[in-house]
Design a protein around this ligand. Structure first.
Ligand SMILES: [Zn+2]
Length: 123
């Protein structure tokens, strides 16, 4: 049996739906949803409502903790690289790094395409 996760929505149990009503007959309670996976908030929330509840309670603190932007970021040729692939290739997919400013293209291996840490962008 796969491990079940709990929705991280602080008010999940307050959204009164039939599937949240659990327990023995006579002493049922509305409970936080428990599933093998969730579709929202990077697999942490059962619904957009629960994700929004979390953000309303904790969002400001999370942003301040991880660093609030104090000035706009700028897209330049040094950070405009985006991974993509050739939509026309049939059997062998061709992966490409394309610069959104200069339009320069460079070849990518499949491993580099899938590696979320691999980048040509300067941070
Ligand atoms: Zn939820």
């Amino acid at each position: 049996m796969s491990e079940l996760k709990l929705c991280q929505g602080p008010k999940c149990h307050q959204h009164q739906t039939k599937d949240r009503l659990k327990g023995i007959k006579g002493s049922k309670t509305y409970q936080t949803r428990r599933r093998s996976g969730f579709y929202y908030g990077n697999n942490n929330f059962c619904s957009l409502n629960c994700q929004n509840d979390w953000f309303n309670d904790f969002g400001d603190r999370a942003i301040n903790h991880f660093g609030r932007l104090t000035e706009p970021k700028h897209l330049t040729e040094k950070n405009a690289w985006q991974k993509t692939y050739d939509w026309n290739s049939t059997d062998n997919t061709v992966y490409i790094y394309r610069n959104g400013i200069t339009k320069e293209e460079r070849p990518l291996t499949r491993e580099q395409y899938r590696d979320s840490n691999y980048t040509l962008n300067e941070r």
